[in-house]
Design a protein around this ligand. Structure first.
Ligand code: ATP
Ligand code: MG
Length: 267
């Protein structure tokens, strides 16, 4: 018989439930859009399949991302409601370590939401937040959603853009503009994941702190070394490895049958 109390005690959903509560709270505060809650659910499903741990191959992408941001002339971090709610402190830390600008960019734009996100970022220590209100006066060609509005002092002139939780259309458009796009997305099959230059297939909750740690480690590296890391990076390989990881994990679980209860079963 399996011991249910033990199962609940080690239940991996505990952290996931805390994250949901955080998003709901920020939905009520006007930071997260209703559709942001649904987007999170799609991400969570992939986290379940991945095993809720950073994959080995993802560390390669994190290293390449840190190196791209440190080498950039004008790096910009694009922030939406979900990321502001979940990882505001790490976004601000990353901006400091890599000398990047922070810009609010939303699929569902409203001045109230932009200001609410700006406030969260400022409370986390951000000194400058771009893309709010009239500041987002430029447009990215071929993007139909409100995601097209950008700040001429931010994403428009950036050479490297970090887009945690992005939409596929804009990822493609930013690539067409010649920018290096770093995406964080739990779904290796999304258009964002597939079109980005560097795809970090992981939960933003784990990816952002890891990216900050990596950037801190690498900030004093020689430019030549940073260049090498980036030139050796292969995003196709990262995408393929993530799909293989899910495939292998599911195959193993399919052979075993139950997975949650395996340590708790007494035969
Ligand atoms: P695309 O537009 O790229 O084809 P999509 O339309 O399937 O993707 P969207 O609704 O545009 O998805 O964006 C949500 C994306 O964000 C999903 O791909 C989901 O996996 C990802 N996501 C949601 N929450 C997280 C999270 N906490 N960490 C990382 N990724 C997440
Ligand atoms: Mg989409």
């Amino acid at each position: 018989m399996m011991k249910v109390s033990k199962v609940l005690h080690v239940h991996p959903r505990a952290e996931s439930l805390r994250i949901r509560e955080k998003l709901i709270k920020h939905y009520r505060l006007g930071v997260v859009a209703l559709a942001g809650l649904i987007a999170h659910g799609r991400g969570e499903a992939f986290d379940y399949l991945i095993g809720e741990k950073t994959m080995k191959s993802t560390f390669k992408a994190i290293k390449a991302a840190a190196s791209a941001m440190l080498q950039a002339k004008y790096p910009v971090i694009s922030v939406n409601g979900n990321t502001a709610a979940l990882v505001a402190n790490d976004l601000v830390k990353l901006a400091e370590v890599t000398n990047a600008k922070i810009e609010v960019n939303l699929f569902y734009r409203s001045l109230e939401r932009e200001l609410a996100i700006k406030r969260i970022l400022e409370a986390a220590g951000a000194r400058e937040v771009l893309g709010v209100g009239e500041a987002a006066s430029a447009q990215i060609p071929e993007v139909c959603s409100e995601r097209r509005r950008v700040d001429p002092q931010g994403i428009l002139r950036a050479d490297v853009v970090l887009v945690p939780l992005e939409d596929g259309d804009r990822t493609q458009a930013l690539r067409k503009m010649g920018k290096i796009v770093i995406a964080i997305d739990l779904n290796p099959l999304s258009r964002t994941a597939q079109y980005a230059s560097i795809t970090i297939i992981d939960n933003v909750i784990r990816a952002l702190p890891a990216l900050v740690r990596e950037a801190e480690k690498m900030r004093n590296e020689e430019t030549e070394k940073l260049r090498e890391i980036l030139s050796e990076f292969n995003n196709r390989e990262v995408l393929a490895n993530a799909i293989k990881h899910i495939n292998l994990r599911l195959s193993e679980l399919a052979q075993k049958g139950f997975h949650i209860f395996e340590d708790n079963e007494t035969s």
